[in-house]
Each structure stands twice: as C-alpha cells, then as structure tokens.
Design a protein around this ligand. Structure first.
Ligand SMILES: *Cc1c(COP(=O)(O)O)cnc(C)c1O
Length: 435
C-alpha cells in the first residue's frame, strides 16, 4: 500500500526546481497538486505560476500602445548606484527631484515649467486639487468622459475637492456657455479634456483653447496622449497624416492654455508617468501641494523619462521605440514579413494590415502595415512560447502584425512560427474550435 501514498510536499517541491521559482512558491504548487489528488500536475502548476511573472513579450497585435502590454515599450537600465535624485551637484544642498526632468520637458514643449507625477490621472487630480479645491471647475458636457480603467472626469474632479460646473450640451458647447457659468460660479479653472478614445461627429460645436483663454480663469487642458509638438521635429519627414487633429502640448500652450497635462507612456513614448507643464506659478502650486508627495515618481521612472526627453531634444525619434514603430516605412515592414514567410512552409501568407496607435489615443485611426496570416487560431500556442508572442485573431485566422514588433525580434517571430509548424498538435490548422 505504501506506493500509493502521495509524496510529501517537501520532496515534491524539491523536484520542481527546473521551473526556476523560489522554494515557497514550489511548496504552494506541490501542496495544490497533492490536494487535487494529482501529484504529477505539480510541475505544470509551478510552470503556470512562473508564467504569471512579468517578462518581455513580443507585441505582434499591431496595437502600438497596447495597455495590456505596458503601452509604450521603453529601454532603461540602471546600475545599483546612488543617484543625484534630490541633491544639487552645484550647491551640495538638497534639491528637488522635479528639478531634473521637469525643465527638460518644459524645454521640449516650450512651457515655463513642468513637473512629473505617476500618471496622467494623478496629474489631473493634483492640478485640480492645487488650483481649484473648494472652488468650481467648468467643463463642457461633451468632455465628461471615461478614459478606461476607471478614469472618469467627474469622479477625479470630485476627489480633488473641486466642484464640477457642467457647461453646454453633449454635442455643442459655446464660449457663451463658459462665460455664463463664470457669471454664476466661482470658477477657479476652465478644464478641457481630450475625448481621446471616442469622437462626437455630426452636429457639433466645441470651444477652442484660444477662445477659452479669453475668459478670466486659467485654462487647464488634459490632452491625454502626450504629443509634444504637432510639427514632430524628431521625425525625418513631415508629421504622419494619421496624427492630424491630435492636440499637442506645445501648440495647446501657444493657444493660451495655462497648463497642459499628459501621459508619459502614450504618444510621448516614455515610461508610465503624468506631466503637468505650463505657467511657472501654477506648476509651482501643484508642486507644493501636499498630494504632490504622494503622487511623485521614483528615480527609475525619472531616469527612463529623462532618456526619452533627451531623445526628443536631440530630435532623434528613432531612439524612442514608439516613434520608431510608428514611423516605419510600410515597404520595410513588408520586406521583413516576406523574409520571415520565405523561411516557412506554405500556409503562412504576407498580408497588408492596419495597425493602430492604441492606448486610448486616436480612435478610428489606422496606420498601414504588413504582417503574417496563418489559418486557424494559434494565439494560445504563440502565447505559451518563450518569449510569448502576442497576436490577434480575425475571421478565424491568426495575424501577426510586424509594425508593433521591433525588427530585432523578427527572428523570435520566425522561430515561434517554425515551432508551430513542427508541432501540429498545438492547434487545429482547419480553424478555431470555438467561433
Ligand atoms: C489616457 C488618458 C488619461 C489617463 O492617463 P494615465 O496616464 O493612464 O493615467 C487621462 N486623460 C486623458 C484625456 C487620457 O487620454
């Protein structure tokens, strides 16, 4: 009878070291396997657990800023060294962590000053708390938006301690609506929010930043996506046509905004961060508000963002992974796709695709691209390889769009597709089993 006794948790855990997990997690896997009456499942459980850890993946979805894949890809390495995070090397005295990257960002969008917080939602919260707590903020009814992931303008506004004054209607808001609100309420800020992930079309009217700035209250604009300059001087050619109409920090300030607020990891192409840029006096008020401490970024983020902003100032868009992907010539992408397909068996086709900027920016905008199409649903097989390759499904076919893949990773895509073709058991080539 002794050979039917389950193994001890410890000895089973000790046999799972190939999964690379630390011992306490192996013990969990062993315990679960034994409790399920299936000790032989322990390694599979440990491996599944290991795959919940953060790791690099290949984004072949064609969504350049994929929120589930960390939005903008950024390269950053930092040695285990001390950093002059809050020390002025000029005076030897304590400085501010906002004195390093903020001024670079201000330079890049021609603002008087800028500071960095954890994300754009935090930046909006801080700006409204610092400038409008206990007073009123006017917002067009067409801009009381939800951006996804729970960022709802009325809710953030309430958290800031400011009172929302809704102005105009969903589709049409005029300057007179704002001046009417100013006559009745103590308006501390006129807030404009970029609609980001949706559009109102048809019988519409909106108030421009330059019109708004003729009123008394400072105009704060949440442009969301973080395009620094509509002229895109960091690119070799003219700005891509798909960007047209996207608000940019520099031009929004030039139009009269007192502050612009934007994300670090959308069109800016940097790490997750939120930026407040504009009039020095207002930026200072944000910086000295007690919430600023709670919302401040760490040295890792500032180091990474500094690298991104220096690339902008050097006009080197190719050094920013997002702009490198976004500006790639479709013909070059097609050549890459051809060279992968040439090494694969028939059945994998090179096809024209439509990539999208993603990240809640530029809805209904597509960027011409090329990719590989395979009959059948191979998403899971590709996802379970190392590194995981993330594709998309359309009409029962698997698509790998190469615009969102760094050319340096083409070899990984090829190897994964070769593995697929040698392991026919991984997927049903006739098509997906579920519609
Ligand atoms: C994306 C977005 C946000 C939220 O940005 P996070 O950096 O994700 O916090 C806020 N406002 C607008 C207009 C956005 O587009």
């Amino acid at each position: 009878m002794s050979d039917t006794r389950p193994p001890s948790v410890d000895s089973l855990a000790g046999s799972l070291t190939q999964s690379g997990l630390p011992h306490p997690l192996l013990v969990d896997a062993a315990r679960e396997a034994i409790a399920a009456g299936d000790p032989s499942s322990a390694l599979r459980r440990a491996e599944a657990r290991a795959r919940t850890q953060l790791r690099p993946v290949v984004n072949a979805t064609g969504v350049l800023l994929h929120t589930n894949l960390g939005r903008a890809p950024v390269a950053h390495s930092q040695l285990a060294e001390a950093q002059n995070l809050e020390l002025s090397l000029a005076t030897g005295k304590r400085g501010s962590r906002q004195a390093t990257v903020g001024p670079l960002l201000a330079k890049a969008c021609q603002a008087e000053a800028a500071i960095v917080v954890n994300n754009c939602a935090a930046a909006v919260l801080l700006a409204l708390a610092a400038l409008a707590s206990g007073r009123a903020v006017s917002v067009s009814r067409g801009e009381l938006v939800e951006i996804g992931g729970g960022f709802r303008v009325p809710d953030v506004l309430a958290q800031s301690g400011a009172e929302l004054v809704e102005v105009g209607t969903t589709n049409r808001t005029r300057l007179a609506d704002f001046s009417g609100a100013a006559a009745k309420h103590d308006i501390a800020v006129a807030l404009q929010v970029h609609q980001s992930n949706y559009r109102i079309t048809g019988f519409t009217e909106a108030v421009s930043v330059s019109q708004l700035s003729t009123l008394d209250a400072p105009v704060v604009v949440d442009i969301g996506s973080g395009l620094l300059d509509a002229a895109c001087p960091w690119l070799d050619g003219p700005p891509p046509t798909w960007l047209s109409g996207e608000p940019a920090a520099k031009q929004t300030l030039q139009a009269g905004a007192a502050l612009v607020i934007f994300s670090g990891d959308k069109l800016l192409g940097g790490p997750q961060a939120g930026i407040i840029a504009g009039k020095a006096e207002l930026v200072k008020r944000c910086e000295s508000h007690p919430l600023a401490r709670a919302l401040r970024p760490g040295g890792l983020v500032l180091g990474s963002l500094q690298q991104t902003v220096l690339s902008y100032l050097k006009r080197d868009g190719q050094a920013i992974p997002f702009w490198k992907m976004a500006s790639a010539d479709p013909q070059d992408i097609q050549r890459r796709a051809n060279s992968i397909a040439a090494k694969l068996a028939d059945g994998v086709e090179v096809v024209e695709t439509k990539a999208v900027p993603g990240g809640g920016t530029l809805p209904s905008i597509t960027i011409p691209s090329f990719g590989l199409r395979l009959p059948g649903d191979h998403l899971e097989a590709l996802r379970s390889g190392e590194p995981p390759i993330i594709g998309r499904i359309e009409d029962g076919c698997t698509y790998l769009d190469l615009r969102s893949v760094d050319p340096g990773n083409d070899q990984l895509v090829l190897s994964a597709l070769l593995r697929l073709s040698t392991d026919g058991s991984q997927a049903d080539p006739a098509g997906p089993t579920t519609p």
